[in-house]
Write a protein that binds this ligand. Structure first.
Ligand code: PLP
Length: 417
């Protein structure tokens, strides 16, 4: 009989574009004993999770829940539930995750219109308005932070544009939530989906989602309760049946709402994880967490520049929590990443598509958006680059990053006076 070793993955510092090291509090929460799915304690925890995520999303939306699965599950649930076959869907694409939404929308049999921009830039608001005015979509789907390019699309004002032209507005905030400002209600966003494994400091496997009253209305008219649990009072909606059972948000709402109609069996350990992630963030204060990411990401960027490295993309539009950096021409990118992993146990990210082999992506997010992790990563990268013969300035990265942290600490102290 094959004997397998006990589970013992190597210790790693995860400084890529996600996943990151989960907060130990979240790992402890996941080891909490299981209870039945309709136990009043369980439904109570589900309600608490809804309330906590209203704080995270900055919304009063009733329908603020978890989709079981990774962040992509939340995207699929949003799109398959909001799009009826034949609907026009407009997707401004500024990186890989815009293409992902287009691919999912096509599978929903939408008429998909994509407009692409050079990677490393984002869409100005007036361009979005022109596009919505021209194409008159039923749904406007836009990434907030696209980790493939490290860019953050400004969203304030986009919801108002969508509503002016009678479109719904959906955003994927998987990579940005908790580390960059997100104002679901103030920015009139109809649906936001997320993931835990970036600035929320958890593992992948649960996708928080929130729906406005407009989104709810679009979904409820397509409500069809499963045969076997439907009762005489369940009158089917007159809209087209949602083309996924698992990701049918009308059924997920019936499960999370007062009806408690059975759908899937909620992934209890992931619910514990998601609840703890939100609790940690709300306790810190969402705005404070965003500022912590801004400071740590800024310090990382300063350190990289001080080494003589060039940053990728429009730095005024960069996400707080991930920075793209050009790989020096003298080194082989994967060999340096391997040294970082083998010699320093630090993971930094490679990149996709047109950026593959050209940039690394270095994250400072969630539990890892800290001074010690930034400084350790800079020291290791400087050593690895020097070992591989890169022409960099040595001894400058850590002082530059420390100066950025010290300046932020001084600002905080002054504000507290
Ligand atoms: C913006 C964005 N959307 C979606 C995803 C997909 O998330 P998951 O791998 O959890 O399905 C990612 C993952 O990096 C992402 O950055």
């Amino acid at each position: 009989m094959t004997r397998y070793a006990d589970l013992n993955p190597p210790a790693r510092l995860l400084m890529g574009p996600g996943p990151i090291n989960a907060d130990p509090r979240v790992l402890r929460a996941m080891a909490t004993p299981l209870i039945g799915q309709f136990d009043p304690s369980m439904t109570g925890l589900m309600n608490e999770t809804m309330a906590l995520y209203r704080g995270v999303f900055k919304t009063a939306n009733k329908w603020t829940m978890l989709i079981d699965g990774t962040a992509r599950a939340g995207i699929e649930a949003a799109m398959v539930s909001l799009i009826e076959p034949g609907d026009k869907v407009l997707i401004p694409v500024f990186g890989r995750f815009g293409h992902l939404k287009a691919e999912i929308a096509r599978r929903c049999d939408a008429e998909v219109i994509t407009v692409e921009r050079e990677w490393g830039t984002v869409f100005p608001l007036d361009e979005i308005r022109d596009l919505v005015k021209k194409h008159r979509p039923r749904l406007l789907a836009l990434c907030q932070g696209d980790t493939s390019t490290t860019m953050l699309q400004p969203l304030a004002g986009v919801g108002a544009i969508a509503h002016e032209f009678d479109a719904l507005f959906y955003t994927d905030a998987t990579a940005s939530i908790g580390g960059n400002a997100l104002e679901t209600d103030a920015w009139d966003v109809d649906c936001v989906s997320a993931g835990l494994q970036k600035c929320l400091a958890g593992p992948s496997g649960s996708s928080p989602i929130t729906l406005s009253a407009r989104a709810e209305a679009a979904i409820v008219r397509r409500r069809h309760v499963e045969q076997g649990i439907a009762t005489a009072s369940d009158v089917p909606g007159n809209g087209a049946r949602i083309r996924s059972n698992y990701f049918d948000l009308a059924m997920v709402m019936d499960y999370w709402g007062d009806k408690r109609l059975n759908h899937h069996t909620e992934a209890t350990s992931m619910l514990y994880a998601a609840r703890e992630c939100a609790k940690i963030l709300v306790e810190e204060g969402v705005d404070n967490a965003v500022e912590r990411h801004r400071v740590a990401g800024g310090a990382m960027a300063e350190g990289l520049k001080a080494m003589g490295l060039k940053l990728f993309g429009d730095q005024t539009s960069r996400m707080n929590n991930v920075v793209g950096v050009y790989i020096p021409a003298e080194v082989q990118g994967d060999a340096v990443r391997k040294s970082m992993l083998d010699d320093f146990a630090i993971e930094i990210g490679t990149s996709f598509g047109p950026l593959h082999g050209k940039i690394w992506r270095i994250g400072t997010m969630g539990y890892n958006a800290r001074k010690d992790t930034v400084l350790t990563t800079l020291v290791a990268l400087e050593s690895a680059l020097a070992m591989h013969g890169a022409k960099i300035a040595t001894g400058k990265a850590v002082p530059a990053a420390l100066a950025a942290f010290r300046a932020a600490e001084a600002r905080t102290a002054k504000a507290a006076e």
